[in-house]
Design a protein around this ligand. Structure first.
Ligand SMILES: *[C@@H]1O[C@H](CO)[C@@H](O)[C@H](O)[C@H]1NC(C)=O
Ligand SMILES: *[C@@H]1O[C@H](CO)[C@@H](O)[C@H](O)[C@H]1NC(C)=O
Ligand SMILES: *[C@@H]1O[C@H](CO)[C@@H](O)[C@H](O)[C@H]1NC(C)=O
Ligand SMILES: *[C@@H]1O[C@H](CO)[C@@H](O)[C@H](O)[C@H]1NC(C)=O
Length: 411
């Protein structure tokens, strides 16, 4: 009964130009051998399953969406999640898909459309108005992207926080070892990436309490040292704000003015999501690293969330690779505590060692991961780099103006 509408909806979504852009890297993996099924996983998935947990740490209700691109999904594509609540789902150990948050939704009683009968059902992340998303949603939305069994003969797990399709909510990823013994001892500070780009949600830098409590003083998650709530309040290029606050002087002057208060939840569209142009999305003749240059949105998103993917060619600097396919999974936390993480730059070598999977090295990796000196040094290095470019501290209005104008020229 439910099967036919699902197929139709998939066809409809394929023609939707505002749908999320996939991580380029993921497209290279073999997915033919693991056709997408909505799930939940059963014996036919070889009994090999992975945990997929979703937690809402925000102060208001969210409606998470789950998209399955390969393997067997959790059997549900979206649901309502009250503040402070979490759900434990399972997917197949070779699942590829994404999780995002929808905000301020209002569905009809059957969950088949908006309560008022027309338009989207959610302010952000909407998936064709339905509660139980079928394939994907609309940008802007912060995405958690996972391929539990991607490269190297399906033995590696790839994941990232993607801002390529814009940003709507703070998001953290916590690796759950599941039944995979290879992951049981992997330090959380190597794996648990966080992106917090909503003003008021960033905590002061601290070696504990990070990412939903998954980091602590013995394994502090490397943090982004510069972007406090004052900077975060104005990171999104003005033209990409979903809700544009009223500007004084009929919007003619001053333009743009970062002293104008923006709403706390104001989704930021990426250049790609806004223009959908080959130039901004690195597609077509621009699907070449040498031709596609990061736009101002990419620069800004990299600053507030160094571990997130803000530009389609960010693969190296923002995709996490750990041993995969063995039953390890993830928790996606909306509005995690703490600070944006800076893991990839701090622990590049350790992460490489981890994927080369020499168990003998795990001891060393663990030691480095718990080494506060390394984490502090990385934070200092980052502050120095920013200072030498004159970007430290609260961006004065001159700095902000330069940033926005440069964005207009580039885009
Ligand atoms: C720190 O985190 C690790 C890994 O999650 C955990 O095993 C350990 O008990 C924690 N230590 C403290 C002091 O909470
Ligand atoms: C790094 O991971 C180790 C191993 O679980 C953990 O004990 C440590 O607390 C982590 N560091 C941070 C900063 O989370
Ligand atoms: C939901 O809507 C209310 C009222 O307009 C607003 O205050 C709140 O910030 C919105 N929440 C999100 C997450 O957008
Ligand atoms: C931590 O790292 C620093 C810098 O690499 C090193 O000098 C120090 O010996 C390390 N400390 C421990 C306890 O491993």
């Amino acid at each position: 009964m439910a099967f036919l509408p699902r197929c139709l909806a998939v066809l409809l979504l394929l023609g939707n130009t505002t749908a999320f852009h996939a991580n380029r890297l993921f497209q290279q993996f073999d997915t033919a051998s693991r056709p997408p099924r909505s799930g939940p996983p059963t014996k036919r998935d070889g009994g090999s399953m992975a945990p997929l947990k979703i937690t809402n740490n925000c102060g208001e209700t969210l409606w998470p969406g789950i998209g399955t691109q390969a393997g067997t999904g959790p059997g549900i594509g979206g649901f309502e999640l009250a503040p402070g609540e979490g759900v434990d789902l399972m997917v197949s150990a070779n699942w590829q898909g994404r999780v995002w948050g929808r905000t301020n939704c209002s569905f009809n009683a059957a969950g088949t459309g908006p309560a008022d009968g027309e338009g989207p059902s959610c302010d952000s992340g909407d998936c064709q108005g339905v509660l139980d998303c079928v394939a994907t949603g609309v940008s802007p939305a912060t995405l958690a992207e996972y391929d539990l069994a991607g490269g190297n003969g399906n033995r590696q797990c790839f994941y990232d926080i993607s801002l390529v399709d814009g940003y709507n909510l703070p998001l953290g990823i916590v690796m759950l070892p599941g039944s995979d013994p290879k992951l049981a001892d992997v330090p959380p500070n190597l794996t648990n990436a966080v992106c917090i780009a909503t003003a008021g949600y960033a905590a002061p830098p601290a070696p504990s309490g990070q990412n939903g409590g998954s980091g602590n003083t013995s394994f502090p998650i490397p943090w982004e040292p510069i972007q406090g709530n004052a900077q975060i309040a104005s990171w999104c290029p003005w033209d990409l704000l979903t809700i544009q606050p009223d500007k004084p002087g009929d919007g003619v002057y001053p333009y743009p003015d970062d002293h104008i208060k923006r709403p706390t939840f104001d989704p930021c569209g990426s250049g790609c999501a806004k223009t959908n142009s080959p130039q901004d999305c690195c597609t077509g003749e621009y699907s070449d690293r040498a031709k596609c240059v990061p736009n101002m949105y990419s620069h800004q998103s990299n600053k507030v969330c160094p571990d997130a993917y803000g530009f389609p060619f960010d693969d190296e600097s923002s995709t996490f690779v750990i041993p995969g396919g063995g039953g390890g999974g993830f928790e996606t936390i909306f509005c995690p505590e703490g600070r944006s993480s800076n893991i990839l730059k701090t622990f590049k070598q350790q992460l490489q060692d981890l994927t080369s999977a020499s168990p003998a090295k795990l001891g060393e990796i663990m030691q480095d991961a718990g080494n506060l000196t390394i984490i502090m040094e990385a934070a200092k290095k980052m502050s120095r780099g920013e200072r030498s470019r004159g970007e430290l501290g609260d961006m004065g209005s001159v700095g902000a103006l330069v940033v926005v104008i440069a964005w207009l020229v580039l885009s």
